[in-house]
Design a protein around this ligand. Structure first.
Ligand code: BTN
Length: 319
């Protein structure tokens, strides 16, 4: 992919045609090699003109999340400056942990067009149909204690909801702790994992899956895609760039000023607060009213017998 990525960067930078010779020189490969990689790009859906004595010209790009596309016009300082792209991978989470253990820098992104073993919360899977959704993990190195890092999960949900609203005009609501919903159906799931010592986070990985251009047969019954709501395809590159920008803004903001503002935004976008919720407590399904989140992001609920309890982790159902 690296060479294809470099060719796209060169074709985009060229104002018009770029000669095969110039490409071969820049990439340090033979002209036959250039031709082979151009063919691979055409198979991916890139329309590239080849004109004798002029060279190559890019006339149309498919909506692929390759670094050359994502990084062009990306308005972030660190998030997405290092992107590891995969056409197919078991899970971006595993790759993020591997890279994080090897010292990959803060803000490194791992993205895949499809995952064969996408992971969800509570041991569930995450369906990742090829080229339809956005499936990625971000490596973060916040300077904080492990107990504080859990709150980043809620912050990620706020950031993705804000980005989706900016790009599409529709406002996904957040089901505690961090699912994004549209019309009560799931649009986006977030899985946060970390490697930590007792008092220090080594790194965190936020894994985010969004249903973007999935058709009805590419979704579980309880899920929904942006395409279904809007009735049109959504450009994944533009949406992904906005998500990276929004994540970076929120992550920087909470590290500088604390969680107050992000948690206020979470409350304003919450689908859970004020609702009746159900969850398992020691093998029993209990009903409660969701009242608020506390400063750690735990859900505060009032049980039907009037007792107030805190739900720190796990799943809830609405209604
Ligand atoms: C959930 O709602 O259960 C969380 C789903 C998280 C899915 C994303 S897709 C990218 C990253 N890689 C994975 O294997 N999982 C996360």
């Amino acid at each position: 992919m690296n060479i294809e990525n470099k060719i796209i960067t060169a074709l985009k930078a060229a104002d018009g045609y770029i000669s095969g010779e110039a490409l071969s020189r820049t990439l340090n490969i033979t002209r036959a090699g250039v031709w082979k990689h151009i063919e691979t790009l055409r198979l991916m859906g890139y329309k590239i003109l080849a004109v004798p004595r002029h060279g190559y010209r890019l006339t149309e790009s498919p909506d692929r999340l390759i670094p050359a596309e994502v990084q062009q016009g990306l308005l972030t300082r660190t998030l997405g400056k290092h992107i590891h792209y995969f056409d197919s991978i078991p899970s971006t989470m595993n790759e993020a942990f591997r890279l994080g253990s090897e010292g990959a820098p803060d803000g490194t992104v791992i993205i895949a067009e499809t995952q064969t073993k996408g992971r969800g919360r509570m041991g569930r899977g995450w369906a990742s149909p090829k080229n339809k959704g956005i499936y990625f993990s971000v490596i973060l190195r916040p300077k904080c204690a492990p107990s504080q890092a859990a709150r980043m999960t809620l912050v990620s949900a706020v950031a993705v909801s804000e980005a989706v609203e900016r790009v599409t005009g529709i406002r996904p609501l957040i089901k505690w702790p961090n699912d994004l919903l549209l019309g009560g159906r799931k649009l986006c799931g977030i899985l946060t994992e970390m490697r930590a010592e007792t008092d220090r986070v080594e790194f965190m990985v936020a894994g985010i899956g969004i249903n973007v251009n999935n058709g009805p047969h590419q979704l579980l019954p309880e899920a929904i895609s942006l395409k279904q709501v809007l009735g049109r395809q959504v450009p994944r590159v533009a949406l992904f760039q906005e998500i990276l920008k929004s994540l970076e803004e929120r992550y920087l903001q909470v590290q500088q000023d604390g969680f107050k503002d992000a948690f206020a935004a979470w409350r304003a976008r919450s689908a859970t607060l004020g609702q009746e919720v159900r969850f398992l407590e020691r093998d029993h399904m209990v009903k409660a009213e969701a009242l608020d989140i506390d400063e750690d992001g735990a859900l505060l609920v009032r049980l039907s017998d009037g007792r107030m309890v805190k739900r720190v982790a796990g799943d809830i159902a609405h209604g």
